[in-house]
Design a protein around this ligand. Structure first.
Ligand code: FAD
Ligand code: DLZ
Ligand code: SF4
Length: 507
């Protein structure tokens, strides 16, 4: 008899560990444990989502004839860690062997590795590329650029292919995307679900145990099972997908979701299958419901970016999250946890993060991520913040996005240049600047947008590192052409902003 460990982000009927097990003899183990719930201060909505989805998944397995040992967090004598839960179940059932699908975090992989039980780890085949395939692709390449990997994945999945050519004659239709924020949004946003009895019980537990964590628990609306997640997907394909590409990078203070899919949390937890999601999107394009730039842009995020960052996480190893190529060491300012800021873009991005456990990619990359990078914040603290506050955050996907793409802390494995911008970009893509206390047009002085000041400060302080990067040559030429006195003022004003961050003053 085997124990079959199913983690909170492995809620898939097709999970390799379940496929390898025998419902007649083997016992599924699922555990809500403090060890997972508090190693970073997860957003209460994220914990509630996972616990409710775990409980419902366990019930579903039972309905299919599986025996499930399920540890609830508030059970008397509940184990505190995943390994303790397995040892407890092993003793109760006299089991010596554990089947498990590889976890999405080195911390958990290593802990399971050290168990005094025979642990058989199976590949997580919910992904399109295996570790071996990614290694084969990466081997011998000077630079691991997502775009080339993506083409391999298109060929492998046959998604949007016309024979051996990409549909529409191009692999990438991004030049049709990235439009600035529209005046109005025609999509009502993600499907919202009334908490059922299971979810309500979990909400009460989370309120009692994690109510102090950063994040609102009220107004919980996430899907918590496969069926609901599929309903939401159909709703988004119908209403959101057609304009997903156009406004993918736009930001609006009063429209938190724009045309985004809000499927990351469901796919990552296992409620939706990534390939099935892509096929549904491909069908919508084939039926003429969605334009090619929307369908291709979306599919690229899933079979391109999502698979690619996973490949990097496992290739780079456990020390990836500690990298700090730019030597940044400033503490994460309190404004990330909701303290007052005068920067409207940051205020809005953090506010919706607190309320929804969600912000879209450009808010993460070009607002909160950009500010942390320009401000020289310690990437490990930035990483922990992203891992804690988003409902879709698991280390295999969060860390490469934060450490690599956003903070350039891996020295350029993922990004060929740092994702930095002045306030100008934020102004172009959003309506944030109109209501801001700072003036986006001011380059120096007391009202100058902090992004404008810190942008040049970043470039100036990292000149040695980036002077040879031909993609940044233009930025340095503009800086060098600036009047010397003005450069001095910019650096002085930027230092004042950084000084305020260090002193814990409002910025
Ligand atoms: P959409 O914008 O509608 O995109 C569709 C899907 O494509 C997403 O659900 C996701 O599955 C996939 N996708 C898009 N971009 C990426 C990407 N860069 N990497 C991996 N998958 C991608 N994504 C996570 O799933 N978990 C994270 O913890 C996470 N942390 C991030 C941290 C930072 C600093 C940044 C810049 C990005 C991060 N992302 C993360 C990527 C991206 O921001 C989210 O996937 C996306 O915002 C989720 O919202 P959505 O489902 O509405 O996505
Ligand atoms: C994120 C999370 C949380 C908050 N709680 C649990 C839990 O109690 N039990 C569990 O099995 N999984 C949980 N998870 C997800 C795990 O942390 C996740 O499986 C690993 O980080 C690997 O991705
Ligand atoms: Fe953000 Fe600067 Fe615009 Fe204010 S002016 S919203 S700080 S980019």
């Amino acid at each position: 008899m085997n124990l079959v460990l199913v983690l909170g982000d492995q809620l898939s009927q097709t999970l390799s560990a379940l496929n390898a097990a025998d419902p007649e003899h083997d016992i599924v183990v699922m555990a809500e444990v403090m060890g997972e719930a508090e190693y970073v201060p997860h957003h209460p909505k994220k914990i509630a989502f996972l616990f409710a989805a775990m409980r419902k998944f366990a019930e579903r397995l039972r309905g299919q004839g599986w025996t499930v040992t399920y540890f609830k967090l508030d059970d008397e004598d509940a184990p505190q860690t995943l390994t303790a839960a397995l040892l407890d179940a092993a003793q109760t059932h006299g089991a010596e062997r554990v089947l498990t699908t590889q976890a999405g975090e080195w911390r958990v992989i290593n802990a399971l590795d050290e168990l005094p039980l025979d642990v058989r780890v199976l590949q997580d085949d919910r992904f399109i590329a295996s570790h071996a395939e990614f290694e084969k692709w990466a081997e011998g390449r000077k630079a691991l650029r997502m775009e080339y990997f993506y083409r391999e994945m298109r060929r492998k999945t046959r998604l949007m292919m016309d024979g051996d050519k990409p549909a529409g004659g191009q692999w990438n239709f991004d030049h049709d995307n990235r439009k600035p924020a529209p005046d109005a949004i025609t999509y009502a946003g993600p499907m919202r679900f009334e908490p059922d009895a299971v979810t309500q019980e979990v909400l009460a537990l989370v309120a009692a145990r994690f109510g102090q964590n950063f994040g609102e628990l009220d107004d919980f609306w996430f899907a918590t099972d496969q069926h609901q997640a599929q309903q939401h997907l159909a709703h988004w394909i119908n209403g959101g997908l057609p304009q997903f590409g156009d406004y993918q990078d736009a930001m609006l203070g009063d429209a938190r979701f724009l045309y985004h899919a809000i499927v990351g949390l469901y796919i990552n937890a296992g409620l939706l299958d990534p390939l099935e999601v892509c096929r549904a999107v491909e069908d919508a394009w084939k039926n003429g419901h969605a334009p090619i730039n929307a369908a291709e842009g979306f599919i690229r995020q899933i079979i391109g970016w999502r698979e690619y960052v996973r490949g990097i996480y496992f290739r780079e190893g456990p020390d990836y999250v500690t990298r700090n190529a730019l030597g940044h060491n400033r503490d994460l300012p309190g404004l990330y946890w909701g303290e007052k800021t005068w920067m409207r873009c940051m205020e809005k991005a953090v506010e919706q993060t607190r309320e929804e456990a969600y912000a879209h990619h450009i808010q993460r990359l070009m607002v909160t991520g950009n500010f942390a990078l320009l401000g020289g914040i310690d990437p490990a603290q930035v990483h922990e913040w992203y891992l804690a506050v988003y409902a879709d955050a698991f280390e295999w996907v969060e860390a490469p996005n934060t450490i690599g793409m956003s903070q350039f802390a891996d020295g350029g494995i993922i990004a060929s240049k740092p994702y930095i911008s002045s306030g100008n970009y934020i102004d172009k893509m959003s309506d944030y600047c109109k209501g801001c206390s700072y003036k986006v047009k001011d380059k120096t002085g007391p009202d100058a947008c902090p992004f404008n000041l810190l942008y040049w400060h970043f470039l100036d302080r990292h000149r040695e590192k980036f002077k040879g990067n031909h993609r940044m040559g233009n930025m340095y030429r503009v800086w060098d052409r600036m009047d010397a006195a003005k450069r001095e003022t910019v650096l002085k004003d930027a230092d004042a902003v950084l000084g305020k961050l260090d002193a814990g003053e409002i910025v």
